[in-house]
Design a binder for this molecule. Sequence first.
Ligand code: HEM
Length: 202
Amino acid sequence: MNHAQRNRLLSAAAHIGALLPLARMLFDLVTARYGPDPIREFTLRTGRTAITLLLLSLACTPAVRLSGFKPLLRLRRPLGLYSFFYAAVHFLIFVGVDYAFDFALIRAALLEKRYALVGLTTFLVLAVLAVTSTRGWKRRLGKNWKRLHRLAYAAGVLAVVHFIWLVKPGVMRPWYYAAVLGGLLLARFPFAKQRARASGDE
Ligand code: HEM
């Protein structure tokens, strides 16, 4: 298998893997395979997929450093965009299905529930990153593009805080994500300058 074929295969695997949760949700929706509270169930499923894809996107750079397998860097953008996509569906379920676009109620919920406000901030950061992820914006922003896209780590932290704040005390699931994110941050930052100089792959 040559390089081009291998890259295509890797990219196809990432797209298929990222679209599988959506396919499963649509299948479960049309075949009515859901529990007694479908709105909550699909909110949780889209949220979980969004945070997982965000962490996978952030894991690409450390994975390249560990393995030397540079084609993984190409997956950062699609994985980040899919994370944004699931976060957008998650948000739409919240505002459109759960709150029926009642903006007074939505505003009250956002102000009352700190986890929802952090969720919204995460979503806005992901939106900025998605919009500016194109070649045109990369060219326009020059060096600032890299700086701006470091906000992906902030989005990871905010998403984990959102998750921690919304579960009942003692629920461990968000802490597994926090541990993975902590590992990624540790793997990323102390070596950032060294690595950027050595490989120029950021
Ligand atoms: C746009 C603003 C957002 C709002 C209003 C929002 C709201 C919510 C709500 C209402 C829940 C369900 C809480 C429950 O019933 O227990 C939830 C869960 C969740 N959200 Fe968000 N969210 C937002 C953005 C995000 C973003 C951007 C991410 C990730 C990138 C995210 C990740 C999650 C996760 C991981 C869960 C919990 C899933 C689980 O328990 O398995 N949310 N969110």
